[in-house]
Design a protein around this ligand. Structure first.
Ligand SMILES: Cc1cc2nc3c(=O)[nH]c(=O)nc-3n(C[C@H](O)[C@H](O)[C@H](O)COP(=O)(O)OP(=O)(O)OC[C@H]3O[C@@H](n4cnc5c(N)ncnc54)[C@H](O)[C@@H]3O)c2cc1C
Length: 627
């Protein structure tokens, strides 16, 4: 494939959309996000393989809101965010939640909060028990290691004070994503381990090695030398941007996958896309790979005629491959943020939002010495079984309600029940503590001099499941298009499964209070500010949880692997091939069959590394059989 030479000033090659469409690639990747750029980089390691990537967003290289760790969150709602929202959620008193997703080269890895962690062994062994061969912990561990370059902390004093502990055998040291312990910590972190220890929670010295249960200090996807975010663009794309066989086109939105039919068999042969108002079709010799994420991979399948026949016919899309699982099985992490008033003398990240001079000084410090508040991420974490957090009677009553839920198919019910067994020792709930107010529903008076801290609480294995589907066609009768935002309905706290989630979250909120009121953390906490102290009974707290729960931005499952039930339970097989279509895979967060306990990005990178390896295995096998 002849390719125009890269421009000297831009990290992306100057290729026009017409030139891109004029190429026939071996592999076409839709979405240059977290997973998409991993697959692109790995496939193009072989110079004989040509790879094209279409990304709807622009390039954000050098953007401070992306690069500077302490500015996490500042790009939400910006041009780098798709700015999705859920449909009204009856379980949340009718509220619609904002659902940010990265619309930029690097996708959501450019927007996320850089937390880098892994779930427990049992989470992946559950995927394998569902019949997804090779997706157990032992199958994924090599890919976690392959993706990361872990940097050992050098400062012995910080290692000791901040408990920078890890199992050296569990981490990767030569992968593309740079991960490290922070050099500076929030003033509250020094109290974290001792406080949890007072509550009977042990420090987990090997939290990346197969169990995340316990208290530990978190890592970040940050380059320790430059102290800038390490994400899929800088880790996987930029080092390989000069490859002649890898072409990325940004600001290019894919409308649908082109499918052709021969004797009843559908094959993906390319995609239709738009760029600067021009419409094009580009062909793929071997495969189209959807890496558009949990919201948009199912959207593109549906727009291409793969999905639930009722959804497609309401949207005016002709049905090609019927599969009612497309867009279903949506599982998200939800979170509540309890706010405490704290000692105002402590350096607080809210200072940078309220005080322009403080923000300028912090920026100056970061620019000149890569130090100060803009290097700090929230790193005080703890994962616990619900049995550690609630009374024995409450636990028993939750377990008996769980036993009454019948919706799950195959092994899924047994797996979900076992997660609640105290002997399973799983991180069903995550707590995170940091200074600053994280609750969008809490709006204190900025002039009263009071300062706040947040105890976040995140449900790791939600029982409720929702869906993401394309909307029906418009009033003018025209077919639904890619620009029509998908209907995101996570069904938070809805129905018997959702109500169980709500009660778990409410019971667990009492423990957030306990954490903040236990010494030594209690020494910096003055009172609970939100919910106010007089919200003390279960029913009142439950109402507060309904009215303040937000997403933790971790949706999965909408193109999940079907395991031993195949198309009856999922969208892709365990080699990530879309059921019923040749030459089409999905590689991103949407393929996870069951939600995991942990933040998602490290796992998405590992999935993409594993997906790329499988694609290359198939490529080599086919070439071998031809030769
Ligand atoms: C605010 C926020 C904070 C988070 N914080 C953390 C954290 O601290 N730690 C952690 O582990 N995880 C975190 N996550 C989650 C994690 O970042 C995501 O789960 C992960 O990045 C998803 O990767 P993906 O490859 O599935 O999708 P994405 O990275 O979103 O990639 C999808 C790509 O496809 C592109 N695309 C979509 N549709 C089209 C189309 N039609 N045509 C062309 N391109 C298209 C998108 O623009 C995007 O670039 C956070 C998420 C959010 C939103």
């Amino acid at each position: 494939m002849a390719r125009p030479s890269p421009s000297s000033s831009l990290p992306l090659p100057c290729i026009s959309s017409a030139e891109f469409a004029g190429c026939t690639f071996d592999y076409l990747i839709v979405g240059g996000g977290t997973a998409g750029l991993v697959v692109a980089a790995r496939l193009s390691e072989d110079p004989a393989i040509t790879v094209g990537v279409l990304e709807a967003g622009s390039v954000g290289i050098g953007e401070p809101g992306i690069d500077v760790p302490g500015l996490y969150g500042s790009t939400l709602g910006s041009k780098y965010d798709w700015q999705f929202a859920t449909v009204p959620q009856p379980g949340l008193a009718g509220r619609c939640l904002p659902w940010p997703r990265g619309k930029v080269l690097g996708g959501t890895s450019a927007l996320n909060f850089m937390t880098w962690n892994r779930p427990s062994r049992q989470d992946f062994d559950a995927w394998e028990r569902l019949g997804n061969v090779g997706w157990g912990w032992d199958g994924l561990l090599p890919f976690y290691k392959k993706t990361e370059a872990f940097h050992h902390p050098l400062d012995n004093q910080s290692k000791h004070e901040n408990k920078l502990l890890y199992d050296p055998d569990a981490v990767g040291t030569s992968g593309p994503v740079q991960i490290c312990y922070a050099t500076e910590y929030s003033p509250s972190h020094v109290f974290w381990h001792a406080t949890l220890s007072s509550l009977g929670v042990e420090t987990n010295e090997a939290h990346l090695a197969g169990s995340n249960v316990g208290v530990w200090t978190n890592l970040g996807s940050v380059d320790p030398d430059s102290l800038v975010r390490s994400y899929s663009t800088t880790a996987y794309y930029l080092p390989n941007a000069s490859r002649q066989n890898l072409v990325v086109l940004t600001d290019a939105t894919v409308n649908e996958v082109v499918l052709s039919e021969h004797e009843g068999q559908w094959t993906a042969t390319g995609v239709r896309f738009q760029h600067e108002g021009q419409h094009h079709t580009v062909l793929a010799n071997r495969e189209v790979i959807l890496s558009a994420g949990t919201v948009q991979s199912p959207q593109l399948l549906e727009l291409s005629g793969i999905g639930n026949a009722d959804v497609l016919s309401r949207a005016g899309v002709p049905v090609k491959v019927e599969n009612p699982n497309v867009g279903e099985h949506l599982q998200d992490h939800i979170m509540v943020a309890t706010i405490f008033e704290v000692d105002p003398s402590l350096a607080n990240p809210d200072d940078l939002k309220l005080d322009k001079a403080a923000a300028t000084a912090a920026q100056e410090l970061y620019n000149t010495s890569k130090s100060g508040p803009l290097t700090i991420l929230p790193n005080s974490v703890c994962y616990l079984p619900v049995s550690h957090v609630v009374s024995k009677e409450t636990h028993e009553s939750l377990v008996s309600r769980l036993a009454g839920l019948t919706e799950y198919a195959g092994n899924e019910k047994a797996i979900r029940n076992q997660r609640f067994d105290p002997s399973a020792k799983l991180g069903q709930i995550e707590y995170m503590f940091d200074l600053g107010n994280w609750n969008p529903a809490f709006t204190p008076d900025p002039s009263d001099g009071k300062k706040y801290a947040t105890c976040l609480q995140m449900l790791q294995y939600p029982y409720s499941k929702g869906s993401i589907h394309i909307p029906p066609k418009g009033p003018d009768g025209s077919q639904t298009r890619v620009s029509d935002k998908p209907l995101i309905d996570p069904k938070y706290y809805y129905g018997p499964h959702g109500e169980l989630d709500l009660d778990i979250m409410t019971h667990c909120a009492f423990f957030a209070d306990k954490i903040a009121k236990t010494k030594p953390l209690a020494d910096i906490v003055r009172r609970r500010a939100f919910p106010p102290e007089d919200v003390s009974g279960f029913e009142d707290l439950r109402d507060w949880v309904v009215n303040t729960t937000i997403t933790d931005w971790h949706p999965v499952g909408t193109c999940r692997m079907g395991g031993s039930l195949g198309i009856r339970a999922g969208v892709v097989d365990d080699r990530l091939r879309v059921y019923g279509v040749r030459g089409l895979r999905v590689v991103d967060a949407s393929i996870m069959p069951l939600q995991i306990s942990g933040h998602l990005q490290a796992t998405v990178y590992a999935i993409a590394e594993k997906g790329a390896e499988m694609i290359l295995e198939d490529y080599k096998r086919d070439r071998g059989s031809v030769m």
